[in-house]
Design a protein around this ligand. Structure first.
Ligand code: B3K
Ligand code: ZN
Length: 875
């Protein structure tokens, strides 16, 4: 397995100006005929090497002359032949087996339909080609089939012709926009079709077509509405219009990720298309809206302007995630949207930074590109774009975007080209800022304060620490905008003229700022203005002061997470030390914390302060383990989970009585996906959980759950009920789960929720349960959604089941991954993640996890995907 390096980039010697593909579709033997107009760019080049994997070559001809096998070189990764002139027509015929293709990359056949996935390097599993994003070509695609169920034959661009020759159905598509091979798509199968139109602001009519599993037309309406909103939003916000006559979305059950932005023909995981009140949760509705928008936004940020090479992936992904985040915040609640993004950063991206797969948002070295569709490239990439947006303001950012498109429409470019456009349009020096693209890791900003009583000022010193990561030892200080405010003792925000755009710029190892006044409480990193960790030794009274008085709801939430985290860490320290506890009072490294006292006071603030419902929801929920353990290098996962449960339960004891009252007061309305209702349902879920955890209200709350589960008209409430009894009453849980299965057992998408709930249940016999669930009629190792729902949920979220004392949970995952790797390496490579983090755990967990990685590493026939991760984890 070879490592590719970013700095080794070379321009292609040849381009392909036109690509004509003909597919004769048969499930087990599809014939692909490719006619390429090849243009030489580098006159010194005499040979072309085309990428190709798992192909059966039938014939090659150059300018109509067939080559004999000694006139080309063929190996497992490609085809090399002589082209010693400036322009030739190359004709290549290959055969592939879509039915046997369980990797779901390239052309595959499942559930009576053909479907493709080419990004990043899947096109080479369809035919020999220059499978790299800087080779843009005009595609014409002919699809031929004699299969009666293949009613729809789809590819990119516009349909030119649809006709019959004997019993062969033929469709011809032409895409006028030059594109790289990764944006190619083909779909053939029978679907129900949901249609609508969108009129662009310049008056062009675009046909919108959603291809859905038969009988599910109703469930496509939310996706269709979301698409129209996204199209309008991109015109209003960035002046960007759609550029073809038709926009197609196909939903399929077998898909490796969320969706794919193929030009004019998006392919979606049906989980991110199908929804109605009865079967989808508020979260599903939210995700559908955001992913539909994300893929649509790619039409400009990704397709019209694409990446020069795959190291530049964040050019399109970071930017498009930022755009979909802006869109979601405009469509729903800013606060909950932003908080969910920050959780992804803290719970997944910061974790990636501490493990063996650490990389900058623009990686330098890659073995398997599919391994780099990461939270770092996507979500941290979006945070880097967001910092630019903060620094340049919305107007400045728009100017930069306009210049970026003016300069690069139709090109394949780099992250540097993007930053250049931003810098030039705003006449700004972004030299230091650029380092975010090349440096990996999470900066730690330690903050200390020194009061000068005479001058009545406070000096804040920011010390930037950039811990070394698995991939980089040398680090330097980054350019970090920290949005901040300072509260005086009465809760008023003091004037701080040293702030630019409400931001403190930390750009050296030490930066100091002076603020008028003393006894100030700093509110730092409001809205998560940079992907960093702030280390300031907040006292509990300071945090409660922020929760009472900060001008920003986000800052209140952030402070509340610190209150809970402090309690969890204090309890954890007490549990793992042998010190005799005096009640809950204990001494950890930093402070003496009376956990019960803190929680009681915190509950008091929540009940008595005038806090809006949407903020309250956020303030009632505990941080995840990843957030709560911030600052602890290694943990005992079981003891930490116990500590967290203790804090959760204690909090419920302090606020639970109030919870039941709030719950009973809430009114039930017919389900609607609206900001108000989403918020109300979330609040009810929090109250329900707290009421069940509180001894006094527990029985009443459990009755309430059963009733709600039966009476509710929507999946959100029902799933919330199941989640609560999953923790607190396993008998009721089992009863409701069987009724769930009876009702929805026929529906694959809904049953993923059921598999996920079972996989995360605390049971001593969880591994035997997993075995049973794998034998369930709806489960198959070939379907990524199923594998993620069952095995993924177990490994990522079932702390007690996964981290078993003698390593049985780790071994279970190891065994499964070795089987899965043979079926679908991309999915296996995602689910191995929890095992890679062994350095973050105490013994014996660490060694037990590591031994599974060693076992995977030494097993025969390992995919490039798993090999890359396992080998990195062991060096
Ligand atoms: N661009 C695709 C992801 C492709 C993943 C390849 N392993 C979806 C997206 O980000 O929109
Ligand atoms: Zn994307």
């Amino acid at each position: 397995h070879i490592v590719k390096r970013r700095l080794d980039y070379e321009k292609p010697d040849f381009l392909i100006s036109e690509t004509a593909l003909t597919f004769d579709l048969f499930p087990e033997k599809t014939v692909v005929t490719s006619v390429l107009l090849v243009k030489r760019q580098n006159t010194k080049a005499s040979h072309i090497t085309l990428d190709g994997e798992e192909l059966c070559l039938v014939s090659v001809s150059v300018n109509d002359k067939a080559l004999s096998s000694d006139e080309y070189e063929l190996n497992a990764s490609g085809l090399k032949l002589c082209i010693d002139c400036d322009s030739v027509e190359l004709k290549i015929v290959t055969e592939i087996n879509p039915k046997q293709n369980t990797s779901l990359e390239g052309l595959y056949y499942t559930q009576d339909a053909y479907c493709t996935q080419c990004e990043a390097e899947g096109f080479r599993k369809i035919t020999y080609y220059l499978d790299r994003p800087d080779v843009l070509s005009i595609f014409t695609v002919t699809i031929r089939t004699t299969d009666a169920p293949n009613k729809y034959l789809l590819s990119n661009g516009n349909l030119v012709k649809r006709y019959k020759e004997g019993d062969t159905d033929i469709a011809v598509w032409h895409d006028p926009h030059p594109k790289p091979s990764y944006l190619f798509a083909l779909v053939a199968g029978d679907f129900d079709l949901l249609v609508d139109t969108f009129i662009t602001r310049s008056g062009r009519v675009v046909n919108l077509e959603l291809y859905l599993e038969k009988g599910r037309l109703q469930q496509g309406q939310h996706a269709l509405d979301s698409l129209k909103k996204a199209m309008k939003w991109d015109e209003d916000t960035y002046g960007l219009e759609y550029d073809l006559d038709v926009y197609m979305v196909v939903a399929v059950d077998f898909f490796n990720m969320g969706a794919m932005e193929n030009k004019g023909l998006n392919v979606f995981n049906s989980k991110f298309v199908l929804a109605d009140a009865k079967t989808a949760t508020d979260e599903d509705f939210f995700n559908i809206e955001s992913i539909i928008a994300h893929e649509y936004f790619h039409n400009w940020t990704g397709n019209r302007v694409t990446c020069r090479d795959w190291f530049q992936l964040s050019l399109k992904e970071g930017l498009t995630v930022f755009r979909d985040q802006q869109f979601s915040a405009d469509m729903s609640s800013y606060l909950s949207t932003r908080i969910s993004q920050v959780k992804v950063m803290r719970e997944h991206q910061f974790v990636e930074d501490t493990g063996p797969m650490s990389h900058p948002i623009r990686p330098d070295e890659v073995m398997e590109m599919n391994n780099f569709y990461t939270v770092t490239v996507y979500d941290k990439g979006a945070e880097v774009i967001r910092m630019l947006h903060t620094l340049l303001s919305a107007e400045g950012f728009r100017k930069g975007m306009d210049l970026y498109f003016a300069r690069h429409d139709g090109e394949a470019v780099t992250c540097d080209d993007f930053v250049d456009a931003m810098a030039t349009a705003n006449n700004m020096d972004l030299q230091h800022f650029r380092q975010w693209y090349s440096q990996s890791g999470t900066p730690l900003i330690a903050v200390s304060k020194k009061e000068n009583d005479l001058a009545a000022t406070t000096e804040f010193t920011f010390t930037q620490v950039n811990p070394k990561t698995a991939d980089q030892k040398e680090k330097s200080p980054l350019f970090v905008p920290i949005v901040a405010e300072f509260l005086d003792t009465s809760g008023k925000v003091v004037d701080a003229p040293s702030l630019t755009n409400s931001s403190i710029i930390v750009n050296e190892q030490h930066n100091s700022f002076s603020v008028e006044g003393t006894n100030l409480t700093p509110v730092l990193l409001d809205k998560f203005s940079a992907p960093v960790v702030i280390d300031y030794d907040y006292s509990i009274p300071e945090l409660l002061h922020i929760i009472r008085y900060a001008s920003s709801s986000y800052a209140k939430w952030d402070a509340s997470q610190r209150v809970f985290s402090a309690c969890i860490q204090a309890r954890y320290a007490m549990q793992i030390s042998n010190a005799t506890p005096r009640g809950d009072k204990l001494i950890n490294n930093r402070n003496t914390l009376d956990v019960q006292g803190v929680l009681s006071e915190y509950a008091n603030v929540l009940v008595n302060a005038d806090i809006e419902g949407d903020v309250l929801v956020e303030l009632l929920s505990l941080p995840s383990t990843e957030t709560a353990r911030t600052g602890l290098k290694t943990i005992d996962p079981i003891a930490f989970e116990d500590a967290s449960e203790y804090v959760q339960k204690s909090f419920a004891e302090h606020i639970g009585g109030h919870a039941l009252a709030c719950l009973s007061a809430s009114q039930v309305a017919t389900y609607q996906y609206s900001v108000e209702q989403v918020n109300q349902r979330a609040l009810n879920a929090s109250w329900l959980k707290l009421a069940v955890l509180n001894e006094d209200t527990r029985n009443a709350a459990l009755l309430e759950i059963e009733q709600r589960y039966i009476q509710s008209d929507n999946m959100t409430d029902r799933l919330n009920c199941l989640k609560v009894c999953q923790i607190e009453n396993i008998d009721l849980f089992d009863k409701l789960m069987s009724s769930f299965e009876q009702e929805f057992g026929h529906d694959a998408v809904i049953m993923d929720k059921w598999f996920g709930l079972h996989a995360t249940t605390k049971r001593v016999d969880i591994l035997a349960q997993l075995d049973l669930l794998r034998a369930h009629g709806q489960f198959t190792i070939n379907n990524p959604n199923k594998v993620r729902a069952l095995i993924g949920s177990f490994a990522f979220y079932n702390t007690l089941g996964f981290h078993q004392k003698h390593g049985a949970g780790y071994k279970y995952l190891g065994d499964y991954l070795l089987d899965l790797d043979k079926v679908n390496p991309q999915v296996a490579s995602r689910i191995v993640t929890p095992l890679l983090q062994f350095e973050s755990f105490n013994e014996p967990y660490k060694s037990l996890m590591k031994s599974q990685i060693e076992r995977i590493f030494t097993s025969k026939g390992l995919s490039r995907d798993l090999f890359e991760k396992a080998s990195k984890a062991l060096t």
